[in-house]
Design a protein around this ligand. Structure first.
Ligand SMILES: C=C1C[C@]23C[C@H]1CC[C@H]2[C@]1(C)CCC[C@@](C)(C(=O)O)[C@H]1[C@@H]3C(=O)O
Ligand SMILES: O=C(O)CCC(=O)C(=O)O
Ligand SMILES: [Fe+2]
Length: 369
């Protein structure tokens, strides 16, 4: 199993401060990715995917709803990736969310570290993952927080960083609410695309316990050796991502890495492992990564939709029959999250590794009883 290597001790811990690292001619070896995973020139070709206009669906037009579900089925069966436009999210909200990424990540390292993410936890500030992994380090800083109630985000900022951060809390609370609403609408479309009806997944995710992540990729003096985010499938259910105009997101399709050129009025949507399990493997979890560049910093806003803690991830009966037997065992989201935070570094094989792990755990427990 491709588990994490032991983290370094406090004394020999590398500090990811891009302004310091940038002044050196070479990047530290911990940031160099293996040959087979490095950024490749073929990825310069764009992935052409239809931009799905969801305004007709949002206003109840049956013809455009049918067309949207057709395009979504095609995209999700193939690579689990599509983009939506005319989504109804206020552009001012997106702009403010990006401005605050700049404001937060340009703070002194010590100030950002007041929100330091602790080992084994999924929320907080992380400058690369120097304390968590020892090799293939991502060239990025992140701030992640939970969205699970009408005040959870606001409370997080004020509790962790103090009342001066109320503006961040308010802006990201609103942003997450808009993302949660949009993801529920997309869940309706996914339900219709899979033939299980529009209410099935909407109800499943109605009160979700999601993760919001701000990604900041500083410029890197050797972008051909490093990666901002390595090749992976999101373990979560559905990701709604907004990237700034710099570019760096790539999706693996038809055996090649393809660039996703930023479109400011579009949201990038991808299926994650948990939804792949819910669809009994019918919809693919999207394999993607983010490359870095030598000239400018890049930002992205990722909303990871996740089920509430007690919900059992099991496919609807209509998606299981003798031709389509169960592809994955039942699980709960906290179990998969814990697996990625404590036992396995999320990559392109997380769901298979997790399924095998559950089966082994269940067998061990049964043998002990
Ligand atoms: C639950 C999560 C784990 C990661 C953040 C969210 C969804 C995506 C996961 C991640 C981005 C996949 C690539 C590796 C990772 C370590 C990263 O580069 O950030 C993953 C996140 C994580 O474990 O923190
Ligand atoms: O920044 C990006 O474009 C992708 C980030 C990503 O894949 C993630 O945070 O899971
Ligand atoms: Fe991702």
């Amino acid at each position: 199993m491709a588990t994490t290597t032991m983290p370094p001790t406090k004394d020999d811990q590398l500090i990811f401060d891009a302004s310091l690292l940038n002044s050196k001619p070479n990047i530290p070896t911990q940031f160099i990715w293996p040959e087979e995973e490095k950024a490749t020139p073929d990825a310069l070709q764009e992935l052409h995917v239809p931009l799905i206009d969801i305004s007709g669906f949002l206003s109840g037009d049956p013809h455009s709803t049918l067309e949207a579900t057709r395009l979504i089925s095609q995209a999700c069966e193939k690579h689990g990736f599509f983009q939506v436009v005319n989504h109804g999210v206020d552009p001012g909200l997106i702009e403010e969310a990006h401005k605050l990424i700049d404001a937060f990540f340009s703070l002194p390292l010590q100030e950002k570290q007041r929100a330091q993410r602790l080992t084994g936890e999924s929320c907080g500030y992380a400058s690369s993952f120097t304390g968590r992994f020892t090799s293939r380090l991502p060239w990025k800083e992140t701030l992640s927080f939970r969205f699970c109630s009408p005040t959870s985000v606001q409370d997080y900022f004020v509790r962790t960083l103090g009342p001066d951060y109320l503006r961040y809390g308010e802006a990201y609370q609103k942003y997450c609410e808009a993302m949660s609403e949009l993801s529920l609408k997309i869940m309706e479309l996914l339900g219709m695309s899979l033939g299980v009806g529009r209410a099935q997944f909407r109800e499943f995710f109605e009160s979700n316990d999601s993760i919001m992540r701000l990604n900041y990729y500083p410029p890197c003096q050797d972008p051909s050796l490093a990666l901002g985010t390595g090749p992976h499938c999101d373990p979560t259910s559905l990701t709604i991502l907004h990237q700034d105009d710099v570019g760096g997101l790539q999706v693996f399709s038809d055996g090649n890495w393809r660039t996703i050129t930023p479109i400011s009025n579009a949201f990038v949507v991808n299926i994650g492992d948990t939804f792949m399990a819910l669809s009994n493997g019918r919809f693919k979890s999207c394999l993607h990564r983010a490359v870095v560049n030598s000239t400018c910093a890049r930002r992205s806003l990722a909303f990871f939709l996740c089920p509430e803690t007690e919900r059992v991830v099991t496919p609807p009966e209509r998606l299981v029959d003798s031709e389509h037997p169960r592809a994955y065992p039942d699980f709960t989201w906290p179990a998969l999250l814990e697996f990625t935070q404590k036992h396995y570094r999320a990559d392109m094989n997380t769901l298979d590794a997790f399924s095998e792990w559950i089966v082994r755990q269940t067998a061990t427990t049964a043998a002990a009883n």
